[in-house]
Design a protein around this ligand. Structure first.
Ligand SMILES: Cc1cc2nc3c(=O)[nH]c(=O)nc-3n(C[C@H](O)[C@H](O)[C@H](O)COP(=O)(O)O)c2cc1C
Ligand code: SF4
Ligand code: SF4
Length: 257
């Protein structure tokens, strides 16, 4: 197939999913267009001669509901897609399966997929500093191999969907929803968190508050120059104890090609 471009659609509140997505996209060797689903929810058709790359973080073993909704605004025309799930070294459970389903419903054929490990955005000592150079090299190798595989396919009707781990059981579960952070007295009302919250959950005129739209994505916590936002200590302690039991051993990327 003669592909003309790679279109990367990414939801990445704290930036790790975007790092992996960009490493994969650049390695395809095609011009790259990025759609930032934290900032926009476009309704677009991706042409069949584009390679569509969907990169999503894992929340509670699922896709973040808001991210899945925004991704559903991007429609395929029978062209190829790559699915990437990025998780905080605990487990990705049904997230990749759900992403592949969503892409199929949207009119894409997922020809390759990958689950990548990154620093846990709630407890940042888990997989701290990842993706590291090795993760990014694996991501680039995946992008190259996935593009090469497609170069050997002669027409859209010859595209075949890849199998990924996970199960349909996710249909019966509610997607996980993160807890909203609190704001301390250190807040200077600079407004930076309100400007970048993907859900518009921080009122610009009252940035020490958070509305019910919050999905607990940790972006405001990570951008606040005063370190004024954080989860309640009891929640941090509970999640930290759980992750120290379930996510302490470093995991490696898994590729499905
Ligand atoms: C609300 C929430 C739920 C999460 N659930 C999981 C999970 O089920 N398994 C896991 O390994 N990591 C989980 N993580 C960690 C993220 O998947 C991981 O840190 C990812 O790299 C975040 O991507 P980002 O940097 O693009 O925001 C969760 C993070 C948040 C904020
Ligand atoms: S970024 Fe921090 S200091 Fe600025 S408004 Fe938000 S909480 Fe306050
Ligand atoms: S208020 Fe909630 S949704 Fe908005 S950036 Fe903070 S954690 Fe994310």
């Amino acid at each position: 197939m003669q592909l003309q471009q790679t279109v990367l659609a990414v939801f990445s509140p704290t930036g790790t999913t975007e790092k992996i997505g960009r490493a994969v996209a650049q390695a395809t060797g095609l011009p790259v267009q990025v759609i930032d689903l934290c900032r926009e929810s476009p309704h677009l058709t991706i042409p069949a001669d584009a390679l569509f790359l969907a990169a999503m973080p894992v929340y509670g073993g699922r896709l973040p509901e808001a991210a899945a909704r925004r991704l559903a605004g991007l429609h395929g025309a029978g062209g190829p897609a790559l699915a990437l799930a990025v998780y905080g070294n605990r487990a990705y459970e049904d997230a990749l399966f759900e992403l592949r389903d969503l892409l199929r419903q949207g009119g894409f054929v997922t020809t390759a997929a990958g689950a990548f490990v990154a620093e846990h955005s709630i407890i940042r000592t888990i997989a701290a500093g990842r993706p590291d150079a090795q993760d990014l090299a694996i991501a680039a190798g995946f992008g190259r191999d996935a593009a090469q595989k497609l170069a050997g396919v002669s027409s859209l009707s010859d595209l075949s969907e890849i199998q990924v781990p996970g199960s349909e059981a996710y249909h019966d579960r509610k997607p996980g929803r993160g807890a909203p952070p609190l704001t301390s007295d250190a807040c200077t009302a600079c407004g930076r968190c309100a400007a970048v919250c993907p859900m518009g959950a921080i009122p610009r005129k009252n940035p020490e508050t958070t509305t019910d739209a919050c999905i607990g994505c940790m972006r405001c916590v990570s951008v606040c120059p005063e370190h004024a936002r954080s989860l309640p200590p009891a929640a941090l302690e509970r999640i930290g104890a759980f992750l120290n039991q379930t996510a302490a051993t470093p995991r490696q990327p898994e590729l499905f090609l």
